[in-house]
Design a protein around this ligand. Structure first.
Ligand code: SAH
Length: 358
């Protein structure tokens, strides 16, 4: 039993069951016991590995995409380079290294990192020794006077979701309550009609479960309003699909799936990203959303294979094997190539970011 489990049990006893979003927020970001506050989750020794931690090629390709989009929009003299949830800072450091030769790009950029965890902020500062980033608690405080070029890799999957299960009359919300012996457990609220989910009644059947992420659509709204009026673009890369359908809430610890209610604060909690909801929020805010594109296709279109072949020339033995398998992991449909998708947001008078279709 964790200290956070005790806190949540007391809270449920006094004020009643929590929504999944309240539970997820506490587990991930509780100021003292939250997962992102206390753990360094990344890499082989951590709980999971992300694309930039697998190979430098990921950040290099993303960097060239951003730099090309910046040039396509007339190479503005000042712009904000924004990352949401930068983790260890590996991706943005690779982006900066890959764009060193792009004339004017580095001098035009200021750095804005949206990051909730003080521990992660320290790691990010150390990964960018030559720059002085500005950290933000939320996307709401990002600059509103210059174009913003944004990257978010595995950020949206960490945002708190709510789950609703359909019955004949309406929707029952998945709640976190207590069992007879006082353990945290999943339960269901009474059925109620929910206005925001009425449109899903015609494409679901009783028993179906769907997920919503109000935090995710609010972040996209903040980005899209700026991109539509100030210029720039956003690349949202994550696992998920077009429209939420089914239970994707999961807990991972030491690269294995675990019970999300067993040890709150000790496991990473995520859910698949509903890209339809994000694209819809972007268009409502006046911005264009690209076609949703598999990560493997995106990386191939931007030349990851010639880059991989170039790097392979300098490698031998086990380093070469690791490099070949990293390329496969990022691009192959059986690995991250098709589960992970890329959504681009861009202004109506511009083309989508390179590698993506309108
Ligand atoms: N993009 C990185 C890390 C992904 S993990 C990579 O690809 O390796 C998720 C990151 O988002 C972590 O840095 C975490 O601290 C941060 N984060 C999670 N929830 C957040 C929230 N609600 N607001 C701001 N940052 C958050």
């Amino acid at each position: 039993m964790t200290a956070l489990a005790d806190i949540l049990r007391k809270q449920i006893t006094t004020t009643g069951p929590l929504t999944l979003a309240q539970y997820m927020s506490a587990c991930l970001l509780h100021p003292k016991h939250g997962y992102y506050i206390t753990q360094d989750a990344f890499g082989v020794d951590g709980d999971f590995t992300t694309a930039p931690e697998i190979s430098q090629m990921f950040g290099e390709v993303v960097g060239l995409c951003i730099a090309q989009a910046w040039m396509d929009q007339g190479a503005p003299e000042r712009f904000a380079l924004v990352e949401l949830g930068p983790g260890r800072g590996t991706l943005i450091a690779d982006v900066m290294r890959a764009t060193l030769q792009v004339p004017g790009f580095h001098t035009a950029a200021t750095f804005h990192l949206v990051e909730a965890s003080p521990r992660m902020r320290d790691l990010q500062g150390a990964a960018l020794p030559a720059h002085t980033p500005v950290w933000h608690d939320t996307a709401e405080s990002l600059p509103d006077d210059v174009p913003i070029f944004v990257i978010a890799n595995e950020f949206f999957d960490a945002l708190p979701i709510r789950q609703f299960q359909r019955d004949a009359k309406g929707w029952r919300e998945v709640m976190v309550g207590l069992s007879g012996s006082g353990a945290l457990q999943r339960g269901l609220s009474d059925a109620a009609p929910i206005d925001a989910l009425q449109h899903r009644l015609n494409n679901t059947k009783p028993g179906a479960l769907i997920e919503t992420c109000a935090h995710g659509t609010a972040v996209v709204d903040a980005l899209a309003r700026r991109i539509a009026t100030q210029g720039g673009m956003a690349l949202i890369i994550d696992y998920g699909g077009w429209r939420s359908d089914g239970d994707t809430f999961q807990a991972v610890r030491a690269h294995r799936s675990v019970d999300p209610f067993a040890e709150p604060g000790r496991a990473d909690l995520t859910a698949h990203v509903d890209f339809e909801a994000l694209a819809h929020a972007a268009t409502l805010a006046g911005c264009e959303a690209s076609q949703l594109t598999p990560q493997g296709v995106f990386l191939e279109r931007l030349g990851i294979t010639p880059r991989a072949q170039g790097l392979a020339k300098g490698l031998r033995g086990s380093s070469l094997d690791a490099h070949v398998s990293a390329h496969r992991r990022l691009t192959h449909p059986d690995e991250m190539g098709s589960l992970f998708k890329v959504l681009g947001l861009y202004p109506g008078n511009e083309s989508p970011p390179p590698g993506l279709d309108p």
